[in-house]
Design a binder for this molecule. Structure first.
Ligand code: PEP
Ligand code: MN
Length: 343
C-alpha cells in the first residue's frame, strides 16, 4: 500500500501518519520527492484500511501497488532516484561512466588505468578483487590485496571505486575499501548477500542475472531497499539466448521497461553484454540511446594480457572514444526527453 500525501502536507501531518502506522507495528517507509511525499507500507492491506488513514489531514489518497516489488516501484517514488558518489550524481544530468579491468592485477597497472580513464572523463574505477569464475582453476582474484590497490587508485586519482562482493561474510571487509559494492550476475538471487549489502551505507550496483526476468531483478533490488539501503543502481549486463556469435544478448528492452516500473537508475554493461571488444562501443551507445543512465565497461592497457575477460576488454584509446560517444548520445537523449516533456 502507498499513502500519497497532499502537495504541501506539513511535517507534522506526515509525522502523524508515520506514528500511527508504527504504533500498530506496520513498517512504514517514507519517500520525500520534489513534488510529493509518499509513505509505503508493505503487505497488511486490510490493517491500513482499518486505520482510516485516508481520512487523516494531509492525506491525498491510499493506493495499492500491484507489483510484487514495492519500494523499488515507480508509484512509491515517482521521481527518479539519484545517488551522489564522491561528487558525481548517478541518474543526474551527466551519464555515469565506470571503467577498469575485469580483475584487479598490479597496483601500478591499476593506478595507470585509473589516471587514463579519469583523463577520458570516467567517474569511477571498476576492478574485481574477488572473482566469480566458471572454473575453480581460473584466477580467483587477489582478495584483500586487490582491494588495497583499488583504495590506492582512489587515493591517486580521486575516482570512486567499484568492486564485487560474493559472500555475506565479506561485505564489511569490501565495504571498508570501496565506494560501491557490486553484486554480480551469478549472485543476483543470493538473498543472504542482498540482505547483508542492504544493511550497509554503501551504494550497490546490482547486476541482472543472465537467466533472470526483470521482475526477479527488481525483487532482488527490493531485498536491498527493504533492509534500509536506498542506494541501488541497476545494471543490465546481458542475458543468455540461443545466439552463439556473442557471449550474451544485451537486453536493451529492459532499459525503458525498468524505467517505467522503477525509479532506480539503470546502467548498461556492454562488455559482458556482447563479450567481444570490437562491438562494445556500439552497444555502449545503444544502451545510452535506450535511456540508460550510463555505462560500465572493461578497459585494460593491454587487453590481450588481461588476467580475465580479455576478449571483451577495450584499450584505453578505444575507451577515450567510447566515453565521448556516450556523453554525446546521452546529451541527445536528454534533449529528446525534455522536448517530449514540454509537448
Ligand atoms: C564483472 O563485472 O567482471 C562480472 C563478473 O560481471 P557479471 O557478474 O555481470 O558477470
Ligand atoms: Mn569481467
Amino acid at each position: 500500500m502507498i499513502i500519497v500525501m497532499k502537495e504541501g502536507a506539513s511535517k507534522s501531518e506526515i509525522e502523524r501518519v508515520m506514528q500511527l502506522l508504527q504504533s500498530k507495528g506496520l513498517g512504514a517507509h517514507l519517500s520525500e520527492g520534489a513534488e510529493m511525499t509518499v509513505i509505503g507500507v508493505i503487505g497488511q492491506k486490510e490493517k491500513v484500511r482499518e486505520l482510516g488513514v485516508e481520512g487523516l489531514p494531509g492525506v491525498e489518497k491510499v493506493v495499492s501497488v500491484s507489483y510484487p516489488f514495492k519500494l523499488a516501484s515507480r508509484p512509491f517514488h515517482p521521481d527518479n532516484t539519484t545517488i551522489e558518489i564522491l561528487g558525481h550524481v548517478v541518474g543526474g544530468d551527466e551519464p555515469t561512466i565506470i571503467a577498469g579491468p575485469c580483475s584487479v592485477e598490479s597496483k601500478e597497472g591499476l593506478i595507470e588505468i585509473a589516471q587514463e580513464i579519469k583523463a577520458s572523463g570516467a567517474h569511477m574505477l571498476r576492478g574485481g578483487a574477488f572473482k566469480p569464475r566458471s572454473s575453480p582453476y581460473s584466477f580467483q582474484g587477489l582478495g584483500e590485496e586487490g582491494l588495497k590497490y583499488l583504495a590506492a587508485a582512489r587515493e591517486a586519482t580521486g575516482l570512486a571505486v567499484v568492486s564485487e562482493v560474493m559472500e555475506p561474510g565479506l561485505v564489511d571487509l569490501v565495504a571498508d575499501y570501496v565506494d560501491v559494492l557490486q553484486i554480480g550476475a551469478r549472485n543476483m538471487q543470493n538473498y543472504a548477500l542482498l540482505k547483508a549489502v542492504g544493511k550497509t551505507d554503501r551504494p550497490v550496483l546490482l547486476k541482472r542475472g543472465f537467466s533472470n526476468t526483470i521482475e526477479e531483478w527488481l525483487m532482488s533490488a527490493e531485498y536491498i531497499l527493504s533492509e534500509g539501503n536506498p542506494n541501488v543502481i541497476l545494471c543490465e549486463r546481458g542475458i543468455r539466448t540461443f545466439e552463439t556469435y556473442t557471449r550474451n544478448t544485451l537486453d536493451l528492452n529492459a532499459i525503458p521497461v525498468v524505467q517505467h516500473l522503477s525509479h532506480l537508475p539503470v546502467l548498461v554493461d556492454p562488455s559482458h553484454g556482447i563479450g567481444h571488444s570490437r562491438y562494445v562501443t556500439a552497444m555502449a551507445r545503444a544502451g545510452v540511446a535506450a535511456g540508460a543512465a550510463g555505462v560500465i565497461v572493461e578497459v585494460h592497457k593491454k587487453p590481450e594480457e588481461a588476467w580475465s575477460d580479455g576478449n571483451q576488454t577495450i584499450t584505453l584509446e578505444e575507451f577515450d572514444r567510447l566515453a565521448k560517444q556516450v556523453r554525446d548520445t546521452h546529451r541527445l537523449v536528454r534533449e529528446y526527453q525534455l522536448e517530449a516533456s514540454r509537448s
